[in-house]
Design a protein around this ligand. Structure first.
Ligand SMILES: Cc1cc2nc3c(=O)[nH]c(=O)nc-3n(C[C@H](O)[C@H](O)[C@H](O)COP(=O)(O)OP(=O)(O)OC[C@H]3O[C@@H](n4cnc5c(N)ncnc54)[C@H](O)[C@@H]3O)c2cc1C
Length: 433
């Protein structure tokens, strides 16, 4: 089925990857239709303004790791400032908070040191530290693998983790930043002109089927009431949905995707993540010395917390990633909240009842229950070498793939998602020359 009409690209998913792809295509005067299941743009970037404090709270992506060029360029275009977060990691010990900063850097360095794809990160930590008195470092390294990379150290590929860790290090990733006014602001320059001209935006449209042949795609989707909508026809599709949507049968490809593509998706997994945001009437850490920045509570149901530093606000964000998230995911909100307060109380060395009294508002973001995400971000198990790249490959010059899971060493980041979207758009443009 050769393309005979003017190119018309259907971009599926309006997260960072889809928006970046649509923007680049539109700027090259290629007609696009951007199809998004949710009623909002941004996907895993989900900034919401707290009604009491008037501050941006991040239910999804929160940190700009290092100085990633694409993200920073968008922030500049949006005139959004970027503020550095003090690099202070603390943990409770003997009733007070002690600094874990040096051990944290050593743990990062340990993960970046190499490793093999057929070796789990647990084995490489063990080998690297054998004979050395570095229990604190190895505990933190495991915590990082679980909490930050959302993976289980017993199954995560040591090679993939080293690559991810080095890629972040190259961006200066040890220093985290916040976008002033919220992450969502960096997307504003990409959303201009989505309607009118070359743009056509369809929110609340859930893609169920992608029927394709060379140079032709036909999308079947359901609308807000669940009714089948008229097919959307185009010449190419850029698919940016999260990994689990490609692994299962949520979206049917007719004919099926090539076996290599399906096996690439199957070799990756989605790491679970649960975030709980707590707003207090006054800071629950008041009187206990300096305001915490990152607070680690190993072994607690919610093992990591952070404040909104450098912004001064009575807010604690609880984070469970990987195996910790798997243990609490799907719980009723009330139970999850109780577990979060118990963990925070342990971390701050305060009675749980005191935190309950101070609590003024809470929100749970259980990403495993989001039907259009189904987890946090892609995880690379042993044997996944090359899977992200294979997932990124195009099919017969017609189907193109983007999204964080296709971003190789920058998977799991906003920067990776943005770059992947631009890469897919350039691939489409390459077929039009
Ligand atoms: C809790 C959390 C915290 C994070 N923290 C950070 C961080 O601090 N820093 C960082 O750099 N990264 C972070 N990330 C990762 C970052 O958010 C992602 O890598 C990035 O936003 C992914 O963008 P994407 O476009 O690939 O996917 P998404 O943003 O998920 O976009 C995909 C879009 O596809 C849509 N979709 C799905 N199914 C369909 C369908 N059937 N039909 C139509 N549309 C569909 C979805 O609704 C979604 O809008 C975090 C992620 C999570 C979940």
């Amino acid at each position: 089925m050769p393309a005979t009409r003017a190119p018309h690209v259907i971009v599926i998913g309006a997260g960072a990857a889809g928006l970046a792809a649509a923007d680049l295509l539109r700027r090259r005067r290629v007609a696009i239709t951007l199809v998004e299941a949710r009623e909002r743009l941004g996907g895993r970037i989900d900034t919401r303004v707290d009604p009491v404090l008037g501050l941006a709270l991040e239910h999804g992506a929160e940190f700009v790791h290092g100085r990633p060029p694409r993200t920073l360029a968008l922030a500049r275009r949006a005139r959004a400032g970027i503020r550095e977060i003090p690099d202070r990691h603390q943990r409770p010990q003997g009733g007070r908070l002690v600094d874990a900063g040096d051990a944290f850097s050593s743990a990062q360095a340990l993960l970046g040191r190499g490793g093999r794809d057929d070796e789990a990160v647990e084995a490489s930590i063990h080998r690297e530290l054998v004979g050395r008195r570095a229990r604190g470092v190895s505990t933190l390294a495991r915590e990082l693998v679980r909490g930050f990379y959302l993976a289980d150290p017993r199954t995560a590929s040591a090679l993939a983790l080293a690559r991810l860790s080095r890629a972040l290090e190259q961006l200066g990733g040890e220093t985290a930043h916040r976008v002033v006014g919220g992450y969502g602001r960096i997307l504003a320059p990409l959303t201009r002109g989505l309607r009118g001209g070359e743009g056509d935006l369809r929110l609340g449209t859930v893609v169920e089927e992608i029927r394709w042949g060379r140079g032709e795609v036909r999308i079947r989707a359901r609308g807000r009431t669940g009714a089948r909508l008229a097919p959307i026809a185009g010449s190419h599709a850029v698919v940016t949905v999260p990994l689990p949507l490609l692994q299962g049968d949520a979206i049917r490809f007719v004919p099926s995707l090539p076996a290599g593509k399906r096996s690439a998706a199957a070799r990756l997994t989605m790491g679970p993540v649960v975030k709980v945001l707590l707003r207090f009437r006054r800071p629950p850490w008041a009187g206990s010395g300096r305001r915490p920045v990152f607070l680690h509570v190993p072994g607690a149901p919610i093992p990591v917390f952070w404040t909104l530093a450098p912004v001064d606000a009575p807010v604690l964000v609880g984070w469970a990633g990987g195996p910790s998230a798997a243990r609490v995911a799907g719980r009723r909100e009330r139970d999850l909240l109780r577990a979060t307060l118990r963990s925070a109380a342990r971390g701050l060395g305060r009675p749980q009842g005191e935190l309950e009294e101070l609590l003024d508002g809470a929100a749970v973001a259980d990403w495993t229950r989001e039907p259009f995400t189904r987890g946090g971000y892609a995880v690379f198990p042993v044997g996944s070498d090359g899977a992200s790249e294979a997932l990124a490959g195009s099919v017969e010059g017609t189907l193109f793939f983007a999204g964080e899971a296709t971003a190789g060493a920058l998977a799991g980041t906003v920067e990776g998602a943005l770059l992947s979207g631009e890469r897919a758009a350039r691939e489409v443009l390459g077929t039009l020359r």
